[in-house]
Design a protein around this ligand. Sequence first.
Ligand SMILES: Cc1ncc(COP(=O)(O)O)c(C=O)c1O
Length: 457
Amino acid sequence: MAMASPQTNASLESLVLGFSNLRKARSERPIVITRGQGVFIYDENGKDYLEATSSFYCAAFGYSEARLIEAAERQMRELPFYVSGMHRTVPAAMELADRLAALAPFEGAHVAFGSTGSEANDFIIKFMRYRNVFRGQPDRRKVISRWGSYHGGTSLTASLGGSKSLHDSFALDMSDHLFVSQPNYFTDHLDGESEAEFVARLARELEETILEAGPETVGAFIAEPVCFSCGFFPPPKGYFDAICEVLTRYGIAFIDDEVVTGFARTGNMFATETYDLKPDCMVSAKALSSAYFPISAIIMSDDFYGDLEAHSDLNGMFAHAGTYSAHPVGAAVALEVLNLMEERDMVNYVRDRAVTLRKRLDGYRDHPLIADVRALGLGGALQLKAEGNGEGATGTVSGLSKAVMDASMERGVIVRVTGTSVLFAPPLIITDAEIDEMFDRFDLALNDAEREVSNAA
Ligand SMILES: Cc1ncc(COP(=O)(O)O)c(C=O)c1O
């Protein structure tokens, strides 16, 4: 049962809240979360919410996993911090690198750490350029991303995000960034176009983009296996095969952004297995530590990494580090996440729960407000029959999308609404009964939203 927690006396004046309207954040009290239990979180008034998006797709083990808290505490007491760099490191970082290398989809993988997903994506682009300088191709610095994607909040990674309005409003340097379409077959296929034709068109678009930029200037392609920020559209069959064939032909590295999809979300440890992907590098964060401590990992193939090592021999050292990269507490928590994943057989647990999630989502197929239903592993989306919404990556939504988002919050289920898609990606530990509760709450919210929109019409 929810209990009221003390409210803080802090003002609204000082804190700058991202993905929010700044004026509203100073004038209207935001939802203040004070505690969590399992898949639920509680605000300062004691109201409970089922976190149907694991707070930005992070909290894989929910909000009260004692094993992770104890792992953090043990490491805090033993050695709360020591930097990794300058030929010094800590045991947890070494052990975590070994464990991740063993799980990686490449032989002889090598692992670098960062603190956030943004930082890891930023670092890997920097590494790609360092590699290409060594290979005598310093002009190969451009990165191809996809419209609608999100790869982070630093200047460089925001430039890789697929939102034109965000590029413009922050006056981002776009000189090294190119964009191609997302494989959102449901919303973006041409009249009468089959999935195979759609895939072939996207592969052609990629090739034309490379040729127009000059293949000798393009270093990498970055993509999420399933793009959450653009509305959760699992790609059509053959999409990545066709894309990777083009990348290989032009010697362009494939950076697999598994910040969200990594660690069982899609029903496999990594989505590389789900889609049989062979990237050159993979980036992970979020569920890596169940978000209990900020840590991210860059996992590189032996071939990709080999050039970094050879270049560092020439330079005398690899002039790169981050003070908190490979933080011992983050590494200790991530090691415990990997232990829990194994002990609790989370991949199979997710596959079992995915059946219930899909069944409940399928129940909306004939709903008058729902145009499409998508599901994969413990992720899914409902496509609303709505028009005129803002771009997902800027977080602005309007009309029915906004009504659904607000009503869900009111009914105590936190979904992510991006454009016209409503996303579900609950903590991986969710039970079948909790999945039912999540959708029971959402049913009420959808009814409320329907009423609100028809009253406003
Ligand atoms: C696919 C993807 N990549 C990268 C990031 C950036 O991660 P972080 O917010 O930890 O910097 C996010 C964050 O939501 C993400 O969804």
